[in-house]
Design a protein around this ligand. Sequence first.
Ligand code: AMP
Ligand code: MG
Length: 483
Amino acid sequence: MTKNIGWNLDNSYSLLPQKFYTSHKPKPVASPELVMFNENLAAELGFNAEALKTNEGVAIFAGNELPEGAFPLAQAYAGHQFGHFTMLGDGRAVLLGEQITPEGGRVDIQLKGPGRTPYSRGGDGRAALGPMLREYIISEAMHGLGIPTTRSLAVVKTGEPVYRETELQGAILTRVAASHLRVGTFEFAANWGTEEELRALADYALERHYPDAETGDNRYLALLQGVIKRQALLIAKWQLAGFIHGVMNTDNMTISGETIDYGPCAFMDVYDPAAVFSSIDVQGRYAYGNQPGIGSWNLARFAEAMIPLLHEDQDQALELAQEAISEYKDHFYSNWLEGMRAKLGIFGGEEGDKALVEQLLGMMQKNRADFTNTFLDLTFGRETAMSGTPEFTAWHEKWIARRSRQEQTEGQAAELMKNSNPAVIPRNHRVEEALEAAESGDYHVMKRLLHVLASPYAHTAEQEKYAALPEPSDCPYQTFCGT
Ligand code: AMP
Ligand code: MG
């Protein structure tokens, strides 16, 4: 008996040259159990949520059955990991296909953790419950914050153990993405493909993510410029929310402009440009303050891969690539400054705005002020961690004066601030608390957390509890890869 679950899969990626993937089925698991399910997202994608939650749907999330229309495959890609180039690929992911949504959108439906693939190298192809729930929480929080991101549709426990430092519960995440094309996919094509194959990939990316760019006279330059603009916007949004990706390798940077691959990421508490949470990032390469620059470095790797397509004369191609990359900085700073102005209730732009923002950040750093809560305090006219210092008093006067020069009312400025400063972010201690409960079978804590994170600009009484900082601890918070 087949219920109408609402699968509506297409497989455009599989029409790329064979080099870009290996047909590959998920490996069935012992006893799948659905532990998280995203009802709203399911509905948006055109699924019948009730039917998807039954054994029939869960068998698909577990990789035990394939949905109709699936063309399961593992994607090939390469990447610069901490600066070193290497061949990678979906070592623990299988793309089932692209769901065509009722609105005519196209999104990848991918299982993360469905067993070994031809790209697994030494890995087991599996994922542990904690990290998959963590990706679920952070990606949904990012979505709530209005930051482009892959989404999480479901998590199933597999009923099988996975072995990391200890034995853990196995799980599979169903990830939804605009696509899984990465800067690393282009690096793979440029290094191991023919020019024709690279062109096929670029044409595909253009059609899928930049359909409007196709009309230009140099479509591949338009693709490069489009990705640069979207990544500049994305990384500005990360900075404005205090999000630290943690592992900005080129294989973890999308062509669509979505945040992808939530491994050792975390939200910053105390404002500190040097903040790093990842246990493997000992050099601080991917520290908060380095993210904009790393974005540029990664995009230069993308531009390099695109050079054969940019111009038939390779010197001119290089020039075009360099020019495009040099524009990233301006795109980033204008997005960032616009966002910072909004966080301070400032409309329009004045010469001194950048200095005003930088002075505030400087004081926050010196006083070890909490990033999110300082902006909340300013929003609601409360004392901040810096209040009482002459420096802050002087800054505050300048800020008030700046706002009095704009035609918008104080009420409008307050509204802008409320909509730009989240009441709640997924604070590390809250995420850990939710994961600990979930790993022992209690999902209520996680669901409450997801509920408050879904609308971070609502500023409800319930959210106030989640703004509280953790008790001071001697151990710095650390996140881990090998997830
Ligand atoms: P990540 O650090 O998650 O971006 O992954 C980097 C590379 O390692 C990708 O090619 C992944 O597919 C692969 N990988 C990560 N974990 C595993 C695993 N448990 N088994 C096989 N491959 C993995
Ligand atoms: Mg990755």
